[in-house]
Design a protein around this ligand. Structure first.
Ligand code: GFB
Length: 325
């Protein structure tokens, strides 16, 4: 199928469709499920206890039985810099298996449209900023998360290959660093934003003198609220059909030090911030150029200050669950 013919497949309608959100219990998957409530479609899910997405045979059988018409591939093994750096085999193997199984089962069972979710860490460590989609594979990756990045790059290529060889309407979206309700607050597995919410809140409760922030505090990150991300993903599902992956960001970044200060203020922790240079910084900066997404008519709605405030409120309301999952 030519790109022009593929482009004629938009707008795609979700109304009345059976839509599989893989990874529906994760932060992104659950946000997609919340967002799909506005689309008058039937959401299909399969819990990890009943379907191991790393098992190709089980995935094939499940997709053949449930016959989804549209699929969001939000299922993935995810984690922050420490987890990525410590368990590269898990991040590479699990993610390769999950995406290969879900994408091929979708193709074999005539799924009409599929959106694969990647990450901004697919880009070279020293990519020019803001990072445009065409920076992919132009330089070496950041070593702390190259396993995860390679798996996600393979997912993009898989969607492109199925589109080219079989005419499948499979697209890919690359979100920037995400945060929001349902995030992981485990200090060794989480990303920086939930980690700092938890650390500041713990320190306030314990009357500690300071909170430790990993690294130099100088790296810059762009943070997008997960509800904005889910809205963008549904927008792409409806309005985009092309082989090129699409960046999903808000267009603004800040240093980790500034993020820590903002979270300290919101939490109301009166103590200090200490930097622990024995932990890695990771990529110095990864601000996405989301011009393509903007040109498709989508813009974010939740600013960082509001998003941090509501995420902290969510954390306080769900602290018991958040600390035990
Ligand atoms: O969010 P984060 O773990 O992942 O770390 P990446 C971002 C920055 O925050 C790094 C610093 O410079 C960390 O050293 N940081 C400071 C902390 N304090 C903390 C802390 O308490 N916890 C954590 N986790 N970081 C991930 C990738 O990279 O980004 C994944 O590993 C994925 O593959 C994800 O792509 C979006 O932004 O560095």
């Amino acid at each position: 199928m030519t790109i022009q013919a593929a482009a004629s497949r938009v707008p795609y309608a979700l109304k009345g469709k059976r839509v599989w959100v893989s990874g529906h219990r994760g932060m992104v998957g659950s946000a997609i499920v919340r967002r799909l409530a506005q689309e008058d479609c039937e959401v299909i899910t399969a819990g990890r206890d009943s379907l191991d997405l790393r098992n190709g045979e089980a995935v094939s059988r499940w997709v053949a039985d449930t016959r989804p018409q549209a699929v969001f591939v939000a299922a993935a093994k995810v984690g922050g810099i420490h987890a990525n750096n410590t368990y590269p085999a898990d991040f590479l193997y699990d993610n390769l298996m999950i995406e290969a199984n879900v994408i091929s089962a979708a193709q074999n069972n005539d799924v009409e449209k599929l959106l694969f979710l990647g990450s901004s860490c697919i880009y070279p460590k020293m990519a020019p900023q803001p990072i445009t989609e065409d920076a992919l594979l132009t330089g070496p990756l950041e070593p702390t998360n190259d396993a995860y990045a390679i798996a996600k790059i393979a997912g993009i290529k898989l969607c492109q290959a199925f589109r080219k060889q079989h005419g499948a309407d499979f697209i890919s979206a690359m979100p920037t660093n995400l945060y929001g309700p349902g995030d992981n607050f485990d200090l060794l597995k989480s990303h920086v934003l939930p980690a700092l919410i938890r650390k500041m809140d713990d320190a306030k409760r314990e009357g500690a003198s300071h909170v430790t922030v990993w690294g130099s505090g100088k790296p810059r990150r762009e943070f997008l609220h997960v509800d904005d991300c889910a809205d963008a993903l549904v927008h792409l599902m409806l309005h985009y059909s092309d082989e090129n992956h699409v960046n999903v960001g808000c267009g603004e970044d800040l240093t980790i030090r500034d993020l820590a200060e903002q979270i300290r203020t919101i939490v109301g922790f009166p103590g200090g911030i200490e930097l622990d240079g024995s932990n890695p910084d990771g990529t110095p900066r990864k601000l996405l150029d989301s011009g393509l997404l903007r040109s498709l008519g989508w813009a974010p709605r939740i600013g960082l200050a509001d998003g941090l405030q509501s995420t902290y409120e969510w954390y306080i309301a769900h602290r018991d669950i958040a600390l035990n999952t």
